[in-house]
Ligand binder design. Structure first.
Ligand SMILES: Cc1ncc(COP(=O)(O)O)c(C=O)c1O
Length: 339
């Protein structure tokens, strides 16, 4: 099977498995896992922040970060398609007592003027806005990249209003590779980030919350409360360290493969957005075929694609699909679209 459903389906490479096998470990709840500690130090430095905290999942990293920047009863602003309000099952409200309000999603775009107009000040008449969250790259926004200029303007708006900015940077590595923006340049624009090792980077698990030393000290407490205190977690942290050292720049290959897929399906009028990174969003409204029929036809020929809605589907490239697999997928998918 050629699996184009998600970049979360990757399996550890041989080099990564070797790094995991020989990882030095200790009890991380005691703060004694040298590999986890090293990973946290490395990731904090990459983003120009003081500290970072290893978490089992991107969802937990996002939710810990949101609890850091929004107190119970406070408000988070984000776009209506953001992962934090679409796929995290109400966690911000459930665990953090956080109220969320959204602006209409337009791909990955963020309009700082729209955000500025939504911010509600402190006081007891209305729920006060405490933080704004953005997603880089944007998952439901088709892997789109928020331009640096828009993020800088958003930071200015947030500073003026004294609200925090969180970045769901599950795929921020892709933005870094696509736009050539240094990770530390992104890092400096956000109070907190969550960054993920188990998507395009290919580690089996793990995300980190990144922020100031005092925030990460609190994050450690929240992580334990949420059941995310793990023990000899260096086995997983070693995979993350390996990924950072060896599997970031290769994301450009995934972007090139996604561009090839996009070029192949574009003549059928199904491309939902410009493809910038490793996600290829498909809009099947102008074809006779719905997304389930398309996915079933592809599956029958050995290609797996994601169904995101009745007429929306998605292809994702990652280190588990080589050029030969992309050629085969193009053949299968274009045949399916032709019928
Ligand atoms: C943008 C984004 N943020 C967060 C997550 C959550 O990551 P996890 O599945 O590790 O909880 C995902 C997962 O796909 C994602 O795409």
């Amino acid at each position: 099977m050629i699996d184009l459903r998600s970049d979360t389906v990757t399996r550890p490479t041989a080099g990564m498995r070797e790094a995991m096998a020989v990882a030095e470990v200790g009890d991380d709840v005691y703060g004694e896992d040298p590999t986890a500690n090293a990973l946290e130090t490395e990731v904090a430095a990459l983003f120009g922040h003081e500290a970072a905290l290893f978490c089992p999942t991107g969802t937990m990293a996002n939710q810990i970060a949101l609890q850091l920047v929004v107190p119970p009863g406070g408000e988070l602003l984000c776009d209506a398609d953001a992962h934090v309000v679409t796929y995290e099952l109400g966690a911000a409200a459930t665990y953090g007592g956080i109220s969320s309000r959204t602006w209409p999603a337009v791909g990955a775009a963020v309009d700082p003027d729209v955000v500025a107009s939504m911010i509600r000040p402190d006081g007891y008449f209305a729920v006060p806005t405490r933080a704004v969250a953005v997603e880089q790259t944007h998952n439901r926004g088709g892997g789109g990249v928020i331009p640096l200029a828009a993020l800088r303007e958003l930071r200015r708006v947030a500073d003026d209003a004294q609200v925090a900015v969180h970045c769901d940077g599950a795929r921020i590595w892709h933005a870094h590779v696509a736009d050539g923006v240094p990770l530390a340049t992104y890092g400096m624009l956000f109070d907190t980030l969550s960054v993920c090792l188990s998507k395009g980077l290919g580690a089996p698990a793990g995300s980190l919350v990144v922020g100031s030393a005092d925030k990460i000290e609190r994050a450690r407490f929240i992580r334990k409360r949420m059941g995310g205190g793990m023990r000899q977690v260096g086995i997983l942290a070693a995979a993350g360290r390996y990924a950072l050292a060896n599997q970031v720049q290769r994301l450009a290959e995934d972007h090139a493969k996604a561009a090839r897929l996009a070029d192949a399906v574009a003549p059928f009028g199904v491309l939902a957005a410009e493809v910038r990174t490793n996600l290829v969003p498909l809009d099947l409204t102008k074809t006779p075929m719905d997304a389930h029929t398309f996915a079933a036809a592809a599956r029958a020929e050995g290609v797996l694609v994601s169904v995101l809605g009745p007429r929306t589907a998605r292809l994702v490239t990652h280190l588990g699909v080589d050029d030969a697999a992309i050629n085969r997928a193009i053949d299968v998918l274009t045949r399916a679209l032709r019928t």
